[in-house]
Ligand binder design. Structure first.
Ligand code: SF4
Ligand code: MSK
Length: 658
């Protein structure tokens, strides 16, 4: 017992600087310890990950089990039904992809439903803000726009995109955007997605006990399901979001916990769907509410974003961003948050307790995401401000009666964000000849070695932000242009690498390009659904020419170095199935030394797709990604025998001083 207590104490006293490189989060974790408040970092220390689950060597798909196989001797045993390790782990992996795909499609379908009601005039609070984007999306899937009204085009677009979810047979609409050779490969393997509902249903059915028990066959449905995420639900969410709320273009934004203001009513919106934030923006400007805040003694109402909700609005509206996933509990420790409103996805149940400790009202707003102990104030799209006004009123009351001492970290970083696919086109080619030609040319001439997508979550199983930042520094140093989404983007923003000035940390070729264009070496594209923008950029690079015929030919690679969610696994798989080498960190949910592992890490590439990679250390990840990019350059005849540049002490000092 004494020994157990000693271990617990040691865990609780793990040095905070080993848990995060985010200075503001570290300060709040120190305060949380003083206040006796627990966060995900403490829970991770106190929760030993189940090794059998981590290796995906267990199955609980029926009541003859649960069955667990020995990851050290994966073929030594089978489940009660006879299922072998490849069946068990491919089914488990498949269900992660199905869950992640379901999340993004659920989000996209909700956006599409709002769009339909906006077009029909039933929702008045939102509108079609970007008609040019509406027309370009419609054109991309063959809808005529000439001589037609916005409403006619929008109704046709709704009808077409609804098929992304409901279509029983036939290819999803955005399959039309896939480069011909990539699409041909998908057709050959029969993995072009039908509708998301069909694919997810089939995935769940095939992974039931006693159905599909050939890991190669399960793999095909894994890819088809993931593709209806990237080229389906996620892409619809991005495109409809842009059409209704505006396509992002770069703005300089403040990031980090220092965006909270002690003398103002602070409201945080956290989650994923942009409509909650859009309505909250209207509420915080409502003259009667601003007046009420002032009467309560506040200088104003300060609205800030977190996680992916924040990324949706940071460039559309210039709303400051307070931090990524792992900072959502620590920020409540400031005592300065007067209300937190959440919608769906990545909302930790642990928020309830932390919010309670600091008297912060926590509001759930979506019928698909209620949390025991949080106040549910539902947002109805037909009258959304009823909900958001109500939250602002509660926040003002909390400000007036603040009981807890306020301690806001001073950290504020500035970064340029909002590089939509459309803006990259314009930025590189100019308004009259917008194109990806300059990007392709600079890849061909070797100034830019390749492009890397560094995306995804933070995870308390590794030091927060550290892997993201170290990895990106090494990639840009090696002339690799980095595009980003999700919580990773905020990690780099806090590290100051999303400014044009960060170009001095890049290799000579990338630096020259960044300085000529005036862009950062790290381009933030948005929320996690906006990985679809990366797919569109890849398709555009193929279309522009000179870099092969399919996405698999491009000198590109992807990585989610601190991932935690099933959504991330779905994203990884749709990149792999689209042709991209994709490296994950932290842990990989499969058993080593198996045929299924070989399929994911080698076999898929042999079939013409991308493949998975895995490494935990950022420098190992960089090595894998750079080697892959060089391999693709060589295959394209662009190889000039470049050496990988390692950072020396002088470089590191320059980075630390930046
Ligand atoms: Fe065990 Fe087979 Fe049932 Fe899975 S499906 S729990 S391996 S008996
Ligand atoms: S919020 S899925 S922690 S990126 Fe999109 Fe961040 Fe990952 Fe959630």
């Amino acid at each position: 017992m004494e020994e157990k207590k000693k271990i617990e104490k040691e865990k609780k006293e793990a040095p905070i600087r080993d848990l995060t490189t985010c200075e503001a989060t570290a300060q709040m974790l120190e305060k949380a310890r003083r206040d006796g408040v627990e966060t995900q970092f403490d829970r991770a220390l106190n929760m030993k990950a189940c090794p059998i689950g981590a290796d995906s060597a267990c199955c609980k798909h029926c009541a003859m089990g649960p069955c667990r196989l020995n990851a050290n001797d994966p073929y030594g045993k089978v489940g009660v039904c006879g299922a072998n390790i490849d069946t068990i782990q491919s089914r488990n992996f498949a269900r992660m992809v199905a869950a992640g795909t379901a999340c993004h499609n659920d989000h996209g379908m909700a956006m599409l439903n709002i769009f339909r009601d906006v077009v029909n005039g039933e929702i008045k609070d939102y509108a079609i803000k970007d008609v040019a984007k509406l027309e370009s999306v419609a054109t991309s899937i063959g809808i005529a726009i000439e001589g037609r009204t916005t409403k006619e085009i929008a109704l046709d677009l709704y009808d077409a995109l609804e098929k992304t979810y409901t279509q029983v047979e036939g290819e999803i609409p955005f399959a039309k955007r896939v480069p011909a050779k990539t699409l041909e490969l998908w057709r050959k393997h029969n993995i072009v997605p039908r509708g998301a509902m069909r694919e997810i249903m089939e995935m769940m059915s095939r992974t039931h006990m006693g159905v599909d028990q050939d890991y190669n066959n399960i793999m095909k449905q894994i890819s088809r399901t993931a593709l209806v995420d990237g080229w389906g639900g996620s892409m619809v969410a991005t495109e409809i979001g842009d059409i209704m709320f505006g396509t992002p273009s770069p703005v300089t934004i403040e990031v980090n916990m220092g965006v909270l203001k002690e003398d103002q009513v602070n409201i945080i919106v956290h989650g994923h769907e942009p409509n909650l934030f859009e309505s909250m923006l209207m509420s915080v400007k409502e003259p009667t509410l601003v007046k009420a805040a002032k009467e309560a003694g506040a200088k104003g109402i300060n609205l800030v974003g977190m996680c992916c909700s924040g990324l949706e609005v940071l460039s559309r509206h210039g709303v400051p961003h307070a931090g990524n996933f792992s900072s959502t509990e620590p920020i409540l420790v400031t005592g300065a948050v007067d209300a937190m409103a959440v919608d769906i996805q990545c909302i930790q149940q642990g928020l309830v307790k932390v919010a309670e400790c600091y008297g912060t009202p926590l509001f759930t707003t979506n019928p698909r995401c209620k949390i025991e102990g949080a106040t549910h104030l539902e947002l109805h799209e037909h009258n959304p401000q009823e909900c958001t006004d109500g939250i602002v009123i509660k926040a003002i009351t909390r400000f007036k009666n603040r009981k807890f001492p306020v301690q806001i970290p001073k950290n504020v970083n500035f970064g340029v964000h909002g590089f939509s696919h459309e803006y990259i086109n314009y930025m590189l080619g100019g308004s009259f000849r917008g194109s990806y030609t300059p990007l392709n040319d600079n890849i061909i001439n070797g100034r830019i070695r390749g492009v890397a997508g560094v995306v995804g979550c933070t995870n308390p199983r590794v030091k927060q932000d550290w892997v993201h930042v170290e990895l990106v520094k090494e990639l840009i140093k090696n002339d690799i242009l980095v595009v980003q989404t999700g919580c990773s983007q905020i990690a780099l923003a806090k590290a100051g690498l999303t400014t044009p000035e960060a170009a001095h940390l890049a290799g000579p070729g990338l630096k020259e390009v960044c300085e000529t264009v005036g862009m950062p070496p790290v381009l933030g594209l948005g929320a996690c659904v906006d990985n679809s923008r990366v797919l569109i950029a890849c398709a555009e690079m193929v279309k522009t020419g000179g870099l092969g015929d399919s996405i698999a030919d491009l000198p590109v690679a992807g990585c989610a170095p601190e991932y935690m969610s099933e959504k991330a696994i779905a994203i990884g798989q749709y990149f792999v199935a689209s042709g991209v080498y994709t490296v994950f960190g932290v842990t990989f949910p499969i058993t080593k030394g198996t045929k299924f592992e070989k399929l994911l890490f080698e076999g898929l590439e042999t079939q013409g797709f991308g493949k998975w990679g895995f490494a935990v250390d950022p420098h190992d990840i960089a090595r894998l990604m750079i080697a892959h990019i060089d391999k693709k350059r060589k295959a394209l005849g662009l190889d000039k025998g470049r050496e990988r540049v390692l950072m020396d002490m002088q470089d590191r000092r320059a980075i630390d001083a930046a």
